[in-house]
Design a protein around this ligand. Structure first.
Ligand code: AMP
Length: 282
């Protein structure tokens, strides 16, 4: 398992693999890897001959008041995890390797990014689409793996790959949770003891919503209402949004008469956490 810092090194390695007729999977990450990321690496290792993990805290997807500086980083720890899960190459570039002086081309998307996290993080998806497009062009993988934890991101990437004829299979992987239910996230490291307990309200809300849907509730406002009531009872929690949207368009719907995504973003203290469920997974 190698860790490389430059685009040229990635290209040279992938070229060698291609010459041997090997398939390549890509797992894009911002590092500080946990079992959620590991599940994507496992899936890629299962489906492909070789797996590239990108490990890059992408400045372009952070807003000015967000946590770019404090985002946790530990490449040695990440390298160990990637190796243990059968990854073959880590691409860990400096920002200057990805965005040289004069960089001025962006991949932007309308519609799907105008809801949910796109409203509270206006530059986020432009940064995500741009960096993922670059990674696709650098690695040219057969398949790329994304977590359902970032459900809107997964929908946006699928849509982008389709719109722009990117010949890459986009694979969505289930949310990996802590034993008590909290969705694994690199940002969970920001939580103090009291906040860590309070953060459980997100997964409790997801499980409550899933139960309601399982029991036949089809009125979105009823599901959202119960979820909000639960979260609002937690003093350390502040809701950014709780919404139900059409899976394909990310537009809000009122009735669960088609495949839907119930997504939420909640501040626990200063930490913004997200969680969700797809009705098709209930
Ligand atoms: P990040 O490093 O947070 O940008 O995440 C990189 C990839 O890992 C994204 O596709 C995420 O959706 C995925 N991911 C993060 N946390 C989890 C989780 N708890 N379960 C499954 N996938 C996850």
């Amino acid at each position: 398992m190698r860790v490389v810092k430059t685009v040229d090194e990635v290209r040279a390695q992938v070229k060698e693999w291609r010459a041997q007729g090997l398939t390549v999977g890509l797992v894009p990450t911002m590092g500080y890897l946990h079992e959620g990321h590991a599940s994507l690496i496992d899936a890629s290792h299962r489906d492909n001959d070789r797996t590239v993990v990108s490990d890059f805290v992408n400045p372009m997807q952070f807003g000015p008041a967000e946590d770019l500086e404090s985002y946790p980083r530990d490449i040695d720890r990440d390298a160990k995890l990637v190796e243990e899960h059968g990854g073959d190459l880590i691409f860990n570039p400096e920002p200057s390797e990805m965005y040289h002086e004069g960089f001025s081309s962006f991949v932007d998307m309308t519609v799907l990014t105008q809801e949910l996290c796109g409203l509270s993080r206006p530059v986020h998806f432009r940064g995500v689409c741009t960096v993922v497009s670059k990674l696709f062009n650098i690695v040219k993988p057969d398949r790329a793996y994304f977590g359902k934890k970032d459900a809107q991101q997964l929908a946006v990437i699928r849509h982008m790959a389709d719109d722009l004829n990117m010949d890459i299979e986009i694979i969505g992987c289930p949310i990996v949770r802590e034993a008590d239910g909290l969705a694994k996230s690199s940002r969970n490291t920001y939580l103090n003891e009291a906040e860590r307990k309070a953060a459980l309200v997100l997964s409790k809300a997801v499980f409550l919503g899933m139960d309601m849907v399982r029991n036949g509730e089809s009125d979105c406002s009823a599901v959202i209402g119960e979820i909000k009531k639960l979260i609002e009872a937690e003093p350390l929690a502040r809701i950014d949004y709780v919404k139900i949207v059409d899976c394909a368009t990310m537009q809000q719907i009122t009735s669960l008469d088609r495949p839907a995504l119930c997504a939420m973003a909640v501040y626990i203290g200063k930490t913004r956490l997200i969680d969700n469920f797809f009705t098709e997974d209930v």
